[in-house]
Design a binder for this molecule. Structure first.
Ligand SMILES: O=C[C@H](O)COP(=O)(O)O
Length: 351
């Protein structure tokens, strides 16, 4: 396993991953018109996990401060970048009061994410700007599949005793299989955090391997619940175990922890993705989720992805925001871009 991860807390200046041309020349898996070559996973490398002693939090924080201060998205380009945020969004509803009707309304919003006057004002009437997926609890998968049929928008299901993952493995696997049967394209699973506290890496690996098998063709996003994991070392190691076990994406949070997606923790995960890439040649997706509700913060995340991993990670195949209210703020900012005024949130009702 490469040394990149051991240096994950090192300061600025870390190189981006290899260009697509260089990858092709080196016969490595490359994104194609059929999508990204899927991560098959690898053997659990316990020796490598033991070799990771600590992660330098302050170095990660310094790097984030530099990236967000020297923001490379100019004001003139911000509208275009906000449209990219929409394209990389898993528009989410994960509430105790979700209903079929609410999910249908959210799906309708996904199909037409921006008000007509904003679309016309931006001159994008001929373009299809839509979230990558709608993310729901398992009982609403069939409703979302029905509502989104023919739109190209995926349905993502949180299917393993979300948000805590505290059910027998057999129950969690059955839930995944049921979501896949109902038509989910993507499955967001949570890890039982206790396996991380106990350093039960083999057990965690085996669980994720079984989840990946239960997903079949559906893509697997592994939620770490980083706010619960206590240390950045745990975040790094859990990220690596998830990727070794065959995760297509690693995801920060459920949105239900007291601390959800933060940029320094995201940076640690992104560097784990880079290390996995350097070892295996496979490109793993990243999904920050939970508490990302402003356009400004979403742009910070895009800058981080672009600077740390490069252009391929600005596409929905490799990058998603998990967010329930971000679209509302993006609409407001786009309206401000066009008119110079902000309107009230209720004019951009989500559902
Ligand atoms: O996976 C997505 C999250 O649950 C969304 O969290 P949020 O409601 O804080 O945006």
């Amino acid at each position: 396993m490469s040394s990149t991860i051991r240096e994950a807390g090192a300061g600025a200046g870390a190189s981006k991953v290899m260009s697509l041309q260089a990858r092709a020349a080196a016969n490595m898996p490359v994104p194609s018109e059929h999508g990204i070559a899927r991560n098959p996973g690898m053997k659990l490398d316990l020796g490598f996990l033991e070799s990771v002693r600590s992660v330098n939090r302050s170095a990660l924080e310094r790097r984030v401060a530099t990236l967000t201060k020297r923001r490379s998205i100019k004001a003139d380009n911000q509208a275009a970048w906000l449209l990219r945020v929409i394209a990389c969004m898993d528009l989410t509803t994960l509430n105790s009061n979700d209903t079929d009707e609410r999910v249908r309304r959210l799906c309708a919003k996904a199909v037409n994410p921006l008000r007509r006057d904003i679309v016309d004002g931006l001159g994008i009437a001929g373009e299809t700007i839509r979230p990558a997926a709608v993310c729901v609890y398992h009982p609403f998968v069939a409703t979302a599949v029905d509502a989104l049929r023919g739109t190209g928008i995926h349905v993502a299901a949180v299917s393993t005793a979300f948000p805590h993952g505290l059910a027998p493995l057999s129950t969690r696997l059955q839930e995944i299989e049921a979501s896949v049967r109902d038509g989910a394209d993507e499955i967001d699973v949570v890890i039982p955090r206790g396996l991380v506290y106990g350093a039960k890496w083999r057990e965690l690996f085996n669980e994720i391997v079984a989840m990946r098998a239960a997903c079949g063709e559906a893509h697997l996003k592994v939620i770490l619940g980083t706010g619960d994991l206590a240390t950045l070392r745990n975040v790094m190691l859990a990220s690596m175990v998830a990727m070794m076990a065959g995760a297509d994406f690693i995801k920060t949070s459920t949105g239900k922890e007291s601390v959800n997606a933060t940029l320094p923790v995201g940076l640690a995960m992104v560097r784990a993705i880079r290390a996995y890439f350097e070892e295996t040649g496979y490109l793993i997706g990243f999904k920050p989720a939970g508490g990302i509700s402003t356009a400004k913060v979403s742009l910070d995340w895009l800058v981080l992805m672009k600077e740390e991993l490069g252009r391929p990670w600005l596409e929905p195949d490799l990058f998603r925001f998990g967010a329930s209210s971000l679209l509302t703020d993006i609409e407001r900012q786009l309206e401000h871009h066009l008119t110079g005024h902000y309107s009230a949130n209720h004019r951009h009702a989500m559902a």
